[in-house]
Design a protein around this ligand. Structure first.
Ligand code: NAI
Length: 359
């Protein structure tokens, strides 16, 4: 029997969708930076049923890239101008985190479907405002890019949990770990990203809520700038760990690091009453093992995109499918708010050196 890794389902759905869809979803992408370029290439060349019609960035060179590399004729420096002039069905936000909430609300109010990269907002107040606007536009798709939910291994783990394979899950241990070589330029990102808990751990928070089916009650964060003192100067850290408890007594241990030397090492372990699931514990680049003068070893994935490239494509396809099929995504605006709320509580706990109890 073939084990469904997620790709089989994905491919079957692609074939099915094309047979029912009549016209492509016209999309305008916002942000063509480190991740935006990857999303844009997926939307332009790989996502079925999508037409990447317009692109917006405040960096003129990135718009030039969109015109020459992707053949997108309509490019805009100004987001409002794109909203007013381009004839679009949907907006795909990969702009700086601090822009997500306001740009989401503007697009929703114009009657467009919205995909927003994480985090949905960088503070609780703006997340609540987005939730309200999403509520007022219930017939439009609103999708928060928690890509790990769409990674074949993570979605398979969720399926196993739902089938009861590990009994009742009660403990999640999850980490987001980036290569040290990216640390220096992350310092400049801290003001707009919200810091290490909001930037890195929103994914782990979302996973812990998703796998445990419960809401976070308390967080106790510890950490420091062990390698790069520059993070301390902006009130952030390069390595952190958070003890998290949930309303029903379940637990999570959530960690982040910006100083790995071996590769991008994001992994998650879920313990249940009847078993344990481990996802991506060795961040292997592929299945090749090298036996040489250095010993027996595997090469690692280098960055988040290499690790989650299937997930990024599957989530973009799912966004378009939700629009074409009139379905609601599995990630709601409430999930976006919760992740930001918990990320903020972790940041407060770290800065205040005490446990924070969420309302
Ligand atoms: P970046 O700094 O490389 O790119 C930011 C882009 O936003 C640039 O193209 C810039 O021109 C554009 N932009 C900023 N303000 C704008 C405005 N007012 N109007 C139009 N465009 C504007 O950032 P990067 O690394 O590509 O990250 C973008 C977003 O993606 C962030 O919110 C980040 O949190 C998220 N992200 C998500 C990841 C995931 O695992 N899901 C991984 C990496 C980033």
């Amino acid at each position: 029997m073939l084990v469904d890794t997620g790709w089989q389902t994905f491919n079957k759905r692609l074939q099915k969708k094309w047979s029912i869809s009549m016209s492509a979803v016209k999309i305008g992408i916002v942000g063509l930076g480190r991740l935006g370029k990857r999303h844009a290439a997926n939307l332009r060349f790989r996502v079925q049923g999508a037409e990447l019609k317009a692109a917006c960035s405040i960096v003129p060179e990135e718009l030039e890239w969109a015109r020459t590399e992707l053949g997108i004729a309509e490019t805009y420096i100004d987001y409002d101008e794109m909203l007013n002039e381009a004839k679009l069905d949907a907006i795909f936000l990969v702009s700086s985190s601090s822009m997500h909430a306001v740009q989401s609300m503007k697009a929703l109010s114009k009657g467009l479907h919205v995909f927003t990269e994480k985090p949905m907002g960088v503070n609780l107040e703006e997340c609540k405002k987005v939730e309200n606007v999403v509520g007022e536009h219930g017939d439009q798709v609103f999708f928060v890019g928690f890509v790990r939910r769409f990674d074949p291994s993570y979605s398979y783990a969720k399926k196993l949990i739902d089938e009861g394979v590990i009994g009742e899950p009660f403990l999640v241990r999850s980490q987001t770990v980036d290569l040290d070589e990216y640390a220096e330029f992350q310092v400049d990102f801290v003001p707009s990203s919200g810091g290490i808990f909001l930037d890195c751990n929103v994914h782990d928070i979302d996973l812990a809520r998703w796998f445990l089916g419960s809401e976070v009650k308390t967080v106790y964060a510890k950490g420091g700038s062990y390698v790069h003192k520059a993070f301390e100067e902006v009130n952030d850290a390069d390595n952190t760990i958070v003890l998290t408890t949930f309303e029903d007594g379940k637990m999570a241990v959530i960690a982040a690091s910006r100083t790995a030397f071996h590769g991008h090492d994001t992994h998650t372990e879920i313990t249940g009453s009847k078993g344990i699931l481990k996802i991506g514990m060795t961040p292997a680049k592929n299945r090749v093992e090298i036996f040489d003068v250095h010993g027996a070893r595997q090469e690692c994935v280098n960055d988040f995109f290499e690790r989650f490239q299937e997930g990024f494509l599957i989530e973009a396809q799912e966004f378009v499918d939700c629009i074409l099929e009139g379905r609601k995504p599995i990630v709601s605006a409430i999930d976006g708010t919760k992740a930001t709320e918990v990320g903020f509580a972790m940041t407060d706990s770290f800065k205040q050196g005490r446990e924070i109890v969420l309302d």
